[in-house]
Design a protein around this ligand. Structure first.
Ligand SMILES: Nc1nc2c(ncn2[C@@H]2O[C@H](COP(=O)(O)O[C@H]3[C@@H](O)[C@H](n4cnc5c(=O)[nH]c(N)nc54)O[C@@H]3COP(=O)(O)O)[C@@H](O)[C@H]2O)c(=O)[nH]1
Length: 516
């Protein structure tokens, strides 16, 4: 994925990681509040409905015994019985005996005699009827609810159907025949409560919550309504908790995204990706035999170009690889690339060598033996054509991996000690190091002909190499003066800008053609 696309994606991910958990916290706390409050409101509506049903049930149960009493209808004894029931049943105003749709007599004696009843609002088909709004002879202001069974009818004061508020929750019992409240409701929420009763489902309207409890036996419903303040108060606690949780989750996610981005965009990850994508290139730095000026080989130098511009200097690249543990991947890539690019040349010209820079890791992991075997076997290239460069530091750190080095030397590879003189106090342990040649560092070569304190060191280095019977390669040769001095000193091979800068494989082939 392109870096810019990934950056945009990660920015979006970080944004979402920051916002989503908080938004989810808000949303889920609201959903949770609604669920809990709806359940609570449902329960209150069910209670109001149960109370209304109970009033009807009790009135009906009082009426059920009356049809079978032995006294003749409207006899003093009958009326006395009606009075007794009316008096003993708290919510009953009057018990009446009905004949042909008119009141024949009642617990009030003859007072209501002959009063014609309107058509019932509801009938169950088994002699049970209900009138929701009946006026009483003695009270034409406050309507009553009437229920009849057989010939007897009970008038119930509508106030007994008044559902009292519970805290801030408003409740009303309505008839399903005309969707009006059974008792007077002095409540601005009433129109919404009626709407809710008609829809028959709990719902949110505005920021208020409504719930309905529907009777399965009678034509009544109870509706509950919650105020805005109540809902907001109920929301506060889950809101705070879920928002805190959301903020915590946001922080964690944003940290994870940031960490991923840092890792993903780190130079080490970019380098590994470049290695895997085969973006690393090899530069060939020609090596010249000082005795006749012929090109005898090249040092293989890794390059990380991006559209011809280096992503970073080779020094930085090598350090980064060392710190990230990718040195071996680089060594392998450089070797394979070189063999792919100039393997045919090496095969045709067995005197030609390439020198490969090794890292201590290459030896410690022991993979270098396998790698070289794999690349060389069957290629027609000789082992002696692949020289291995190691710095003093690498050789000393290699310690236990010296076996691998010994194995490679036995197999025919030449080992060069690179940057000689710049690292540890070389002189003391040089005779212990398993090397075939010294590479005189350009720091010393650069002093040839210059009046610097290091200048006298070159003859010493040459002397040491001679006494150890080591071959010598000088690097960083930039002037004729340096070249001729080194030639006089018996240095065999030189490498430096005097001859050429590091170049690509095609250029190296051309260079070789002119210098062979
Ligand atoms: N483990 C690995 N190390 C590697 C590999 N490729 C390179 N390196 C090491 O990185 C260091 C920097 O190398 P580079 O920038 O490629 O520089 C080399 C030459 O360009 C430079 N050089 C050679 N001649 C001259 C000169 O005349 N003047 C001048 N200013 N610079 C010159 O020297 C570098 C080669 O040095 P050396 O290897 O010591 O011979 C460097 O330490 C490389 O070793 C790799 O694949 N693996």
């Amino acid at each position: 994925m392109r870096r810019r696309a990934l950056t945009s994606l990660l920015t979006l991910a970080a944004l979402l990681a920051g916002l989503l958990p908080v938004a989810a916290g808000l949303y889920f706390s609201w959903v949770y509040t609604l669920r809990v409050e709806t359940q609570h409101l449902d329960a209150l509506a069910q209670q109001a409905l149960a109370r209304a049903e109970q009033v009807f049930d009790e009135a009906q149960s009082e009426l059920s015994g009356l049809d079978s009493i032995p006294q003749p209808a409207c006899s003093p004894a009958h009326i006395q019985r009606l009075r007794q029931i009316a008096y003993c049943t708290p919510f009953v105003r009057e018990i009446a005996y009905v004949e042909n749709g008119a009141i024949a007599c009642s617990s009030m004696g003859e007072a209501d005699h002959g009063r014609q009843l309107p058509a019932a609002d509801w009938s169950d088909g088994n002699g049970r009827q209900i009138w929701f709004r009946v006026t009483h002879t003695l009270d034409d202001v406050r309507p009553s609810v009437a229920i009849s069974r057989g010939n007897h009818l009970a008038l119930i004061h509508a106030s007994h159907f008044q559902a009292r508020p519970v805290g801030d929750t408003r409740l009303a019992v309505l008839s399903t025949t005309d969707w009006l409240p059974l008792a007077h409701v002095d409540e601005p929420l009433l129109p919404s409560m009626i709407d809710t009763a008609v829809t028959g489902r709990e719902r949110i309207q505005g920021d208020r919550l409504y719930a309905v409890a529907q009777s399965t036996r009678l034509p009544i419903v109870a509706v509950g309504a919650q105020t805005r303040a109540q809902l907001m108060a109920a929301w506060t606690q889950p809101l705070v908790m879920m928002t805190l949780l959301g903020v915590l989750l946001s922080t964690l996610l944003m940290w994870a995204v940031r960490r991923f981005a840092r890792e993903y965009f780190s130079p080490a990850t970019a380098l590994l990706a470049a290695i895997r994508r085969g973006e690393l290139r090899v530069a060939y730095h020609p090596q010249i035999r000082l005795s006749d000026g012929r090109c005898v080989g090249a040092e293989l130098l890794v390059r990380w170009p991006d559209q011809n511009e280096p992503v970073m200097s080779t020094d930085d690249l090598v350090h980064l690889a060392e710190h990230s543990g990718f040195e071996h991947e680089i060594t392998a890539r450089v070797l394979r690339t070189a063999i792919a690019e100039i393997g045919d040349l090496l095969q045709r010209r067995p005197e030609l060598t390439v020198s490969l820079n090794l890292a201590s890791h290459d030896l410690e992991r022991g993979d270098i033996v396998g790698l070289l075997t794999e690349v060389i076997e069957g290629s027609g290239i000789r082992r002696s054509q692949i020289e291995l460069e190691l710095t003093e530091r690498n050789l000393i750190q290699a310690g236990p991996a010296a076996d691998a080095l010994a194995q490679l030397r036995e197999a025919g590879h030449t080992v060069l000690l690179d940057d000689f003189g710049t690292g540890y106090s070389s002189l003391s342990y040089l005779h212990d190091l398993p090397v075939d040649a010294l590479k005189i560092d350009r720091a010393f070569v650069g002093t040839i002909g210059a009046e610097t304190p290091h200048a006298p060191l070159v003859p010493h280095i040459v002397e040491i190499a001679r006494s150890r019977k080591l071959h010598m390669v000088a690097e960083g040769v930039e002037t004729e003066q340096q070249a001729s001095y080194l030639r006089q000193q018996g240095v065999e091979v030189a490498q430096g800008y005097l001859y050429a800068r590091p170049m690509d494989a095609a250029e190296f082939r051309q260079f070789l053609a002119t210098r062979s």
